[in-house]
Design a protein around this ligand. Structure first.
Ligand code: ATP
Length: 331
């Protein structure tokens, strides 16, 4: 095995996710343990273009494992989507003597990393996004924390919905992906779940379910909806709009809560800290021993590494059997 020492840069990109810090910490500590120089790039690919690079030592990552967000900041960067931006990013890496890069983010971040790999940079990608929507991996860092936050919020909303015999429509994150909605709906016993992956029929999926559960004695109702089911070309433009329709059509007082960015923040759960630590460790180990071109993933419950092109070719699937189970249990 090639054991050449090297300079490794690390960045976080796309939406932030709890556990990103734990991944950065582990990569920095393991990289240094293996004699590598570690650099942090701030603000994702934008920082790579703008040369926002800092030296990371063992103590630079102290006191971060329990913190949400990302100590390296994150950004979305349109300039990096084009060859000129990628050349600027490459020039920054070269100027600092780095020929390897760890990226923590979602599919978009990995597509950018593939472009850099094609320009000669050794890459390892770590899946970090609250949506759990990276096709090649069963799990992405941040998902467990996010779902647990949603559960806590829904439990609180349920108390008040129960006291007032109301219906509570709760909008959670997920523009194209209903995983947060599905997991939190199962865990909170929501009466209805609306996800972008399944065609939504207002009469069947809301009105009929409310009428049936009401006839069976239910007096308060939780509806969890992923944000992606609302919009100009959808049946309802917003969750508020849907809530007023429900109130008019059923007579049940109905309130809306959009959970928003609370779902992104907070101290990471044990699962996120541990998975992130394993992935950060493995990323540094791979690059320190001359192996790049990898995306880390959880497969059959274990952290493993996949070829980047193979990983990006994977197609995302939605767990319809869990979805149908949730529908059955919520009656
Ligand atoms: P999340 O799903 O949590 O938001 P993500 O990594 O999928 O994470 P994106 O906003 O899709 O988030 O991507 C992050 C950044 O990666 C983009 O701002 C852009 O700089 C870069 N990127 C995305 N797609 C590509 C692409 N096809 N080619 C090159 N770079 C890309």
């Amino acid at each position: 095995m090639n054991d050449k020492k090297r300079c490794i840069a690390i960045l976080s990109s796309g939406g932030d996710a709890p556990g990103m810090n734990a991944a950065i910490r582990a990569a920095v500590r393991e990289g240094i343990a293996r004699g590598c120089r570690m650099l942090g790039v701030q603000r994702g690919y934008q920082g790579l273009i703008d040369n926002e690079v800092i030296e990371l030592e063992l103590r630079s990552v102290s006191d971060t494992i329990h913190r949400g967000g990302t100590m390296l900041y994150t950004a979305r960067c349109d300039e990096f989507m084009y060859p000129e931006g990628q050349q600027k990013a490459l020039a920054t890496l070269k100027a600092h003597g780095a020929d390897a890069l760890i990226v923590v983010g979602g599919d978009g971040t990995f597509r950018g990393a593939l472009d850099l790999h094609r320009l000669g940079v050794d890459i390892v990608g770590i899946p970090g996004t609250i949506d759990n929507d990276v096709a090649c991996s069963e799990y992405t860092i941040g998902y467990d924390t996010s779902v647990n936050t949603v559960i806590e919020m829904v439990d609180r909303l349920r108390d008040t919905a129960q006291s007032h015999e109301r219906c509570s429509v709760i909008e959670v994150m997920g523009r194209k992906c209903g995983n947060i909605a599905l997991s939190s709906a199962i865990a909170t016993g929501a009466t209805a779940i609306l996800v972008p992956e399944s065609e939504f029929d207002y009469e069947r999926d809301i009105l009929d379910r409310l009428a049936f559960t009401r006839s069976m004695g239910k007096r308060h109702f939780i509806i969890i909806a992923a944000e992606g089911i609302f919009g100009e070309r959808q049946r309802f433009v917003s969750s508020a709009n849907m809530a007023s329709a429900i109130e008019i059509d059923t007579g049940i007082p109905t309130r809306t809560t959009i959970l928003g960015h609370v779902q992104r923040g907070g101290s990471p759960t044990a699962r996120d800290r541990i998975t992130a630590s394993e992935m950060g460790f493995m990323a540094a180990e791979l690059l320190a021993t001359g192996r790049g071109n990898r995306i880390l993933a959880v497969r059959n419950g274990k952290v493993c590494d996949l070829d980047i092109e193979e990983a990006l070719a994977a197609e995302r699937s939605f767990d319809f059997s869990l979805y149908h189970m949730a529908q059955e249990l919520s009656l």
